[in-house]
Design a protein around this ligand. Structure first.
Ligand code: PEP
Ligand code: MN
Length: 266
């Protein structure tokens, strides 16, 4: 039963308002920023750069769900406060990943859009808890989840009373190892046929390769995505997390130019 997420129940595209920024229903959103917040100046500088290039939201991880427990785990509360500082200087709403149902109050008070990561897509208690508030939620697709399972995870949030869900395809686990994951472009039309919720694409985690991010971004836009989530770092070689898939602000600016042309004719 996916009655609340289904297009039958709600034929028009939903527009989710993220602190005044509309996402969906023809409003293309570009959320850009570092994988992890590393310092106040880093995230503020990147915020100003991506804003100048046309980004509509700033992304940045503060609590990181790393595959290895020995990898950088994020600046945690300090990271959230630096993100807030970057929102202040840039005017961009902020999106950051939540890890636990115990953090819902903290995130509702701090960020404009709460990200649920691929590893937590089926954390039912977390889905229920963000369903009890009204802060918008960015729900990433699980590493090996079907579209049906992903929509049921969204339904779990809507069923609790929070209608503000944005979906994000970030690549799935397949046999292919030329890329970090396999971007499922077909998930965009599949979800848009089944559901009224906005669908974003994260080409950074989908490929793991910065040079491939522009092609995948344009493909996602051409296939009807409602926006993109893109990792941007001022010095990818020194990034504490996901440097190999991060665009420089200059590369991001060039991509934004191509995207604008494509979106005009879409
Ligand atoms: C991220 O956005 O930095 C992230 C960890 O993504 P995912 O949950 O898709 O792996
Ligand atoms: Mn990342």
């Amino acid at each position: 039963n996916t009655e609340k997420t289904s297009r039958t129940a709600h034929p028009d595209d939903s527009v989710v308002l993220v602190s005044g920024v509309p996402v969906g229903g023809g409003h293309f959103a570009v959320m850009a920023g570092p994988c992890s917040v590393e310092s106040r100046t880093q995230v503020c500088d990147i915020a100003l750069a991506v804003k100048a290039a046309g980004a509509t939201l700033l992304r940045g991880g503060a609590f990181k769900a790393r595959t290895s427990p020995y990898a950088f785990q994020g600046l945690e509360l300090e990271g959230l406060s630096y993100l807030q500082a970057a929102r202040e200087v840039s005017g961009l709403p902020i999106v950051s990943e939540i890890l636990s149902p115990l953090q819902v109050e903290l995130f509702a008070a701090t960020v404009d859009l709460i990200q649920i990561g691929a590893r937590n897509m089926q954390n039912v208690e977390l889905l229920r808890e963000v369903g009890r508030i009204k802060t918008p939620v960015l729900l990433k697709r699980g590493l090996a989840s079907t579209v049906a399972e992903w929509l049921l995870a969204a339904e779990t949030i809507l069923a609790q009373g929070n209608p503000n869900v944005i979906l994000c395809e970030r690549g799935i686990r397949t046999f292919e190892n030329a890329t970090r994951n396999t971007l499922d472009i077909s998930a965009i039309p599949a979800v848009k046929r089944l559901s009224h919720l906005p669908v974003l694409v994260d080409p950074s985690h989908a490929s793991g390769l910065a040079w491939m991010v522009p092609s995948l971004s344009l493909a996602a836009a051409a296939a009807g995505a409602d926006g993109l989530l893109i990792e941007v770092h001022d010095n990818p070689d020194l990034a504490l997390c996901d440097g190999a898939q991060s665009l420089t602000p200059e590369e991001f600016g060039a991509l934004m130019g191509k995207l604008r042309t494509l979106l005009e004719i879409r």
